[in-house]
Write a protein that binds this ligand. Structure first.
Ligand code: TYD
Length: 136
């Protein structure tokens, strides 16, 4: 899969003067069952995270608070997406290199993942990822 399969998914938002509510149902709002949730927080302003791709894992990334930019690269094309809404998810399919940059201070990034943590699923070196997509 490549950048064509990257999608912004606007999740349900229940607006309420008491505060808004958003929910995510695996297999309904996103095309996978959720096996793991992790989040990045206390990220110093301007910091960078990510810098890897996954063989089998799909993810939905949400800026729960604050903002950051996601740089995406499928080995052929590149694209940047800004996230700054708690109801907006960025669906990243398999085999897409991502870097999360320009975190605003105090931002929180939540990730819903289709698989348990598995280091063997990562491409941590861009060179290895690039070779793998180009060889296919
Ligand atoms: P890492 O993948 O390098 O973070 P980033 O998203 O910025 O690239 O993860 C940092 C460390 O946390 C690394 O040692 C692996 C570990 N980790 C887990 O143990 N479980 C997880 O679910 C995740 C996402 C990371």
């Amino acid at each position: 899969m490549g950048l064509e399969a990257v999608r912004i998914i606007d999740l349900p938002k229940i607006s309420d003067p008491r505060g808004n509510l958003t929910f995510v149902e695996g297999g309904r709002h996103i095309p996978f069952d959720i096996k793991r949730v992790y989040y990045l927080y206390d990220v110093p302003g301007g910091e960078t995270r990510g810098g890897h791709a996954h063989r089998n894992l799909q993810q939905l990334i949400i800026a729960m608070s604050g903002s950051f930019e996601v740089l995406l690269d499928d080995g052929y094309k590149r694209k940047t997406i800004s996230l700054n809404r708690s109801y907006r998810g960025l669906l990243i399919p398999t085999m897409v290199w991502r870097e999360l940059v320009d975190f605003s201070s105090g931002s929180v990034c939540m990730v819903l993942a289709s698989e348990y943590y598995d280091e063997a699923d990562y491409y941590r070196e861009y060179e290895d990822f690039y070779k793998a997509v180009r060889e296919k």
